[in-house]
Design a binder for this molecule. Structure first.
Ligand code: ZN
Length: 565
């Protein structure tokens, strides 16, 4: 292996000589195949260790995951390999194979991140793992009793006792104090690493690595802010009215614990029809399996490898992971019979179908994956929306006692969800940007300033706690959250394009995909099979006819509004 590397180096170091595009292409091809040989086994090992750490919560699994990640970082940090890549990336127009051109662009960014001081990178991995483990194993403690995350959610969703809600909310936020000092160190180390390779902050570096631009991003979010502000505050007034009535408090005494999740990122369940009731006796797994099979994207292989129910030490969250980019795709979940877990399973399996399962094994390894995190989140979110459509549920054999009542409640809740989530994403994007640009600022206050401005929640009097550190993404998926919002925009845009093409004459709000294999074919051909051959915005343009924009998203929440008015 080392021998091969040296020979590549020599060839390109003679780069002063004129070299034909055929030779440059051959060097690129060789680099890519060596990359696969060196990195793929390490990525598989890290993926499996990560999976086992999250399903068991055991220290030895976290240690294994850390060791594997360090080996990857070391391999990608190799200075000689990076020098070759840097020269290749300066000769991209000369590479005569478009797939290889794209591989070089992507690998350059992947290696660039790891050119920072290896000691700093090692420290980052070690602290991230510690923080993640503490986060996963933390349980809110109320009156000496540990509550699981599902139990916390259940109190916030169902209790009408403001004192109890406050106790549980505050207990769940104690994880922030536990993580604060490690997280602050992590932020500084991430910044240090970014500065060592020429970026102003970790935030700027992450955007660059993900082929995004800070100015374009803020422009899009400012646009969204304008678009959603009026409808959001109107919706929130209706929500507040209902929440206050339930807890028998005046509206001006509503605090963050009166909302139905720890961050007010989802729509509270304030509707006359109970959205959970259809799911109490439904088999969520069977609905998902049948739905995906019906659209020609079966998930049986995924479910067979997945870990789907609660157990001690296991991560309380949900995710999907593609272990080997060759079809070993798994979902971690903690399914309970309610709407939250129905939508979450539709979401995670959306990621699962947009994976190597539906990509050609002949594609080069660096291209065998989703185009971007925002495109895979978008596909997942598009499928997630169906758990709030009565026509979808009835088609999937779920018994609805009052279909009209359910649809009215579900439409309202979906509209609220889109609006609420978009305001929450404003907080996350702007907080993370400010946090990395000035980590010594008063982050506790900054967090609540943004929450007040964009979400309209009231800061609890005198509260001075690191509440930002209670959001897992700030800790372990940094500078990621804006992609969820862009994913929502993509979800609307692709659903509208698909509806126009496959269901002409139907309103996108009526299109539900069930038992129509043309839908799977559409996704496979236009999006999944492309892998990373195109950058995210080029993929969006080729699949929908336009670059990413907010129009379809806006018409979605307006259309849903007219459906229940
Ligand atoms: Zn997701």
């Amino acid at each position: 292996m080392r021998q091969l590397m040296v020979s590549v180096c020599v060839l390109v170091c003679f780069g002063g000589m004129l070299m034909g595009s055929h030779e440059v292409t051959e060097i690129a091809r060789k680099f890519v195949s060596e990359h696969e040989a060196r990195i793929k086994p390490l990525e598989i090992e890290a993926g499996i260790a990560w999976w086992e750490a999250n399903t068991s919560g055991k220290s030895e699994d976290f240690a294994r995951k850390e060791a594997a990640q360090n080996r990857i970082d070391k391999a990608l940090g190799d200075k000689n390999r990076f020098a070759v890549l840097k020269q290749l990336s300066g000769k991209i127009p000369e590479i005569d194979d478009p797939g290889m051109r794209r591989c070089v662009q992507l690998l350059y960014l992947q290696y660039l991140e790891k050119q920072a001081n290896p000691e700093i990178l090692k420290k980052i991995v070690s602290i991230s793992n510690k923080v993640e483990k503490n986060f996963n194993t933390f349980r809110a403690n109320v009156d000496g009793k540990d509550l699981s995350e599902n139990e916390v959610r259940s109190v916030l969703k169902n209790s009408t006792d403001s004192i109890r809600r406050k106790q549980v909310w505050e207990a769940s936020k104690n994880v922030g104090k536990l993580l604060e000092s490690d997280l602050k160190e992590l932020i500084k180390l991430r910044n240090e690493a970014a500065k060592s390779i020429g970026f102003t902050s970790f935030h700027a570096l992450q955007l660059h690595l993900n082929e995004q631009n800070g100015e374009d991003l803020l422009r899009l979010f400012d646009e969204l802010d304008k678009l959603t502000k009026g409808p959001f505050f109107k919706a929130k007034a209706q929500i507040d009215h209902e929440l206050a009535k339930r807890c028998k408090v005046p509206v001006h005494e509503l605090f963050p614990w009166h909302y139905h999740d720890p961050f007010f990122q989802e729509s509270p369940a304030i509707f006359p029809s109970d959205l959970d009731s259809p799911f109490r006796k439904a088999d969520i797994l069977a609905i998902c399996r049948d739905f995906y099979k019906g659209i020609g994207l079966p998930v049986d292989k995924v479910l067979a490898r997945s870990d789907l129910y609660e157990k001690p030490g296991k991560s309380p969250h949900a995710f999907c992971t593609d272990i080997d980019r060759a079809g070993d795709v798994r979902v971690l979940a903690n399914i309970l019979p309610n709407e939250y877990w129905a939508s979450t399973m539709l979401h995670e399996l959306g990621h699962a179908v947009y994976s190597s399962l539906n990509m050609s094994p002949d594609m080069p390894y660096p291209l065998r994956g989703e185009a971007h995190i925002l495109t895979t989140e978008g596909i997942a979110m598009l499928f997630e929306r169906f758990s709030r459509k009565s026509a979808f549920l009835e088609k999937m054999g779920v018994k609805l006692e009052d279909p009209a009542g359910f649809q009215e409640a579900a439409s309202r809740s979906l509209r609220y969800r889109l609006l609420i989530f978009s305001r929450w994403c404003q907080v996350m994007l702007r907080f993370e940007k400010a946090m990395y640009e000035n980590p010594d600022a008063d982050l506790n206050s900054l967090w609540w300033d943004l929450v007040e401005k964009y979400q309209g929640l009231k800061r609890p009097p005198g509260r001075n706690a690191p509440d930002y550190a209670t959001k897992i993404h700030i800790v372990s998926a940094p500078v990621y959250y804006h992609n969820y919002m862009m994913g929502e925009l993509f979800a609307s845009q692709v659903h509208h394009a698909l509806s126009r093409e496959l269901f002409p004459g139907k309103s996108p709000s009526e299109v539900i995909y069930c038992n129509d294999e043309r839908v799977g074919k559409y996704f496979r051909e236009k999006i999944f099979s492309i892998g990373r051959k195109l950058s995210w915005n080029e993929l969006i343009k080729s699949a929908t006819g336009k670059y990413l924009e907010a129009d379809s998203f806006a018409s979605d929440f307006e259309e849903i509004k007219s459906a229940f008015k």
